[in-house]
Design a protein around this ligand. Sequence first.
Ligand code: RP5
Length: 189
Amino acid sequence: MKFFSGNVSFKASKQLPAIAVVMGSDSDLATLQPGIKILEDFDIDIEVRILSAHRTPNEMIEFATNAEEKGLKVIIAGAGGAAHLPGMIASLTSIPVIGVPIKTKTLSGVDSMYSILQMPAGIPVATVAINGGLNSGLLAAEILGIYDSQVKEKLTLYRKNMHAKVIKKNKDLQDLGTENYLKIIKDSK
Ligand code: RP5
């Protein structure tokens, strides 16, 4: 990992990033991290940066207007409160934008969700759940998977593993009964 004046570039030796993960504040990073991690696990080149619609508007405009030329295919944008970052970026590029509403202390992220979700007709933002960092990464990978068969294979394997885990949990539940199963879950925490 290398640090460049507020931006973090991953795997700089590899290809140009296909996906950008941007956030209104570093306080959003922990929420987005599960999505960043899954993209890294899938070996997708990403760019991660702090970019605020309100505090760094000119940089946001520069990023969004150059995004396509840079080769970005999907942009994940997380923001909380008056969460204008995903919508403003979407207004400046036709690259798909996935918005992640960040949970806020005052209004539990409902403010962020409505800000991101209620886009005017003509400028779409694909909005995931409040604090849906992981799903934002998976959805971005699914978009890349339309034309990248390696990413598609990784997504298929991810789902297969998830499926196997639930099947195993159900088997354990049937074998152990509810009380013992609950005890095991409690002890494992
Ligand atoms: C938004 O304001 C950010 O996306 C963040 O969720 C929220 C609060 O930012 P900080 O005050 O924590 O920097 O722009």
